[in-house]
Each structure stands twice: as structure tokens, then as C-alpha cells.
Design a protein around this ligand. Structure first.
Ligand SMILES: C[S@@+](CC[C@H](N)C(=O)[O-])C[C@H]1O[C@@H](n2cnc3c(N)ncnc32)[C@H](O)[C@@H]1O
Length: 274
């Protein structure tokens, strides 16, 4: 079901020109020609709901608090069990990219600024991160970025239609180092199934991590999904358009490596052997 958001002083409908569908430089251009074939919604809903985060009582700065009050009504899309009319939310039709867990939003904002022809939905649960992202939206004057402050699993299930995303970014998800916590890792078979169902055919899934065991796990899980195709032979080179995030820079200072994974959704669901 769709509902159209009305323009209001707090939530203006932007009037940017329609997108030229220009792909990101050096980025996934994987438009496949075969008609879209939906993954079964049942398959998407089977995705196990991993609680991949612990809500920390992080402190918000005065600037973040102001941003939450003044800019939140305009740039935060409230969580809903109904899909918003995203075209009305952004005020245009453009390829939509969803990011799971943008943290403090530094990489997210740079990507949105560098790609004005695309619209970006950032999903994050952490309030200081949401405040920080709002400040970046204000500073950079971004009109192609919106935020949903909620668990990305619910957001993908309820607010994002199947086959509607041009891409998904999952950058430096919490690695959950201890074995007993591995079930909390975001990248699991069920969640990847859900992500994949929301990608349009040819849409891309870009993950990055600085924790090698998690990188190997991601490679196994993504490679095991018959509807995804690896664009590289194993790990992908880091695309020039992914700027380093705060979390990544901390990892690099600790001497960690960085692993990128870049997969695309196949044009039609892979046939299961009978
Ligand atoms: C390790 S941080 C990385 C943040 C950022 N991507 C970066 O590279 O700096 C992971 C972030 O994902 C968020 N997160 C984890 N699980 C989430 C979920 N299910 N829905 C939304 N955000 C989530 C956390 O709150 C945290 O901010």
C-alpha cells in the first residue's frame, strides 16, 4: 500500500529534475536486460530477525539535538508498517540506494553529495548518529538524503517494496567478534535473502568490513545466495566512490585490513535443481 506524503512547511516536496539514471563512476552499472522476476515475498519474510545492535545511551551534542528538532521533521521518514510513497518523499523519481547502519554518516553524506542523481535512504538506530547525519545534510545542502531511525530489518520488510532498490550499502556492520554473538551479525542467509528481494534486477549489494573472519563469512553467505552474482573473483577492489568512514579509519589505525564485497542481483531467480 502506498500513501503519499503531503507537502507541508515541515516536509516540503522537493522539485529536483528527474534522474538521468547515470551510474556512479566506476560503480555498479549492472543493468540486466531480462524482465524483473520477483523473489517470493514469503522467502523475504522468512528472513530471521537478528537483533544486530545494542542501543547505547550515547550522548547527543547540543548541535545534534537542534538538528533532530529542526531538521528531523523534514529529513527523517517515520518508521511505518506501510511503504511510503518514496517518489513523493524525495520529490522525484530516481534510483534509490539504501544504507544499513550509517553510524555518524560521514561516508554516507559524501556519497550522497557526489551522486545528486540518486536518492539515498539511510537507516540507523543510534540517535547521536542520526543527529550527526542531519547536521551533514544541512551543511552540505543535501536534498537526496533521508533517514529512517529504526531496525533496518523491519524497514526493509515493511517500507521497501520488492525489486525497488538500485543498490544497498552495508559498510562496517558490527563484527560481533565472540562466537556466541555471531548470531547477531547482520549478514546472515535470511537477511541477505531479504536484501536481495528488495534489489531490482541488476541492483547491487556492496558490503565492507575490517574484520577478516567476518569478511570470509560475508563472502560465503553472499556467494551462497543463488540470486546474487559476485562482480569480482572473491573480494572486490574498493571502489573509488566509497570514502573511508569513521569506523573504518579507526580499524586502519589499529592495523586492520579492509575487505569490500560487490554483488549484483541476477535478472531472474536462479532455478533450483529438481
Ligand atoms: C560498526 S558501526 C559502522 C557505522 C558506519 N557504517 C561506519 O562505517 O562508520 C555499525 C552501525 O550499524 C548500526 N546498526 C546495526 N544494526 C542495525 C540495524 N539492524 N538497523 C539499523 N542500524 C543498525 C549501529 O547502530 C551502528 O551505528
Amino acid at each position: 500500500m502506498h500513501f503519499a506524503e503531503q507537502a507541508s512547511p515541515d516536509r516540503p516536496v522537493f522539485t529536483a529534475a528527474a534522474s538521468s539514471q547515470t551510474p556512479m563512476p566506476d560503480a555498479p552499472i549492472f543493468k540486466l536486460s531480462t524482465a524483473a522476476a520477483e523473489l517470493s515475498p514469503a522467502s523475504a519474510l522468512r528472513a530471521r530477525h537478528v537483533r544486530s545492535f545494542v542501543l547505547r545511551a550515547g550522548r547527543t551534542t547540543k548541535g545534534q539535538e537542534r538538528a533532530l528538532v529542526e531538521l528531523g521533521p523534514r529529513f527523517i521518514v517515520p518508521y511505518s508498517i506501510h511503504e511510503p510513497d518514496w517518489d513523493a518523499v524525495f520529490g522525484r523519481q530516481a534510483p534509490r540506494i539504501l544504507e544499513v547502519g550509517f553510524g555518524m554518516g560521514e561516508a554516507t553524506a559524501q556519497i550522497a553529495q557526489a551522486h545528486p542523481d540518486r536518492d539515498f535512504i539511510g537507516v540507523e538506530v543510534h540517535t547521536p548518529g542520526v543527529g550527526a547525519m542531519l547536521l551533514r545534510i544541512e551543511t552540505l545542502g543535501l536534498s537526496n538524503q533521508r533517514i529512517v531511525q529504526h531496525d533496518a530489518v523491519d524497514v526493509l520488510r515493511h517500507m521497501v517494496a520488492p525489486s525497488s532498490l538500485g543498490g544497498v550499502h552495508v559498510y562496517f556492520p558490527d563484527p560481533w567478534h565472540k562466537k556466541r554473538h555471531h548470531k547477531r551479525r547482520l549478514i546472515q542467509l535470511g537477511f541477505v535473502d531479504l536484501l536481495c528481494s528488495r534489489l531490482e534486477p541488476g541492483g547491487y549489494l556492496h558490503c565492507a568490513t575490517d574484520w577478516e573472519p567476518y569478511a570470509q563469512h560475508m563472502l560465503e553467505v553472499l556467494s551462497a545466495n543463488p540470486n546474487l552474482m559476485n562482480t569480482a573473483n572473491g573480494f572486490a577492489p574498493r571502489p573509488a566512490w566509497r570514502p573511508p568512514s569513521k569506523f573504518e579509519q579507526r580499524g586502519l589505525r589499529l592495523g586492520h585490513g579492509v575487505w569490500d564485497l560487490l554483488f549484483v542481483r541476477r535478472a531472474a531467480p536462479a532455478l533450483k535443481p529438481s
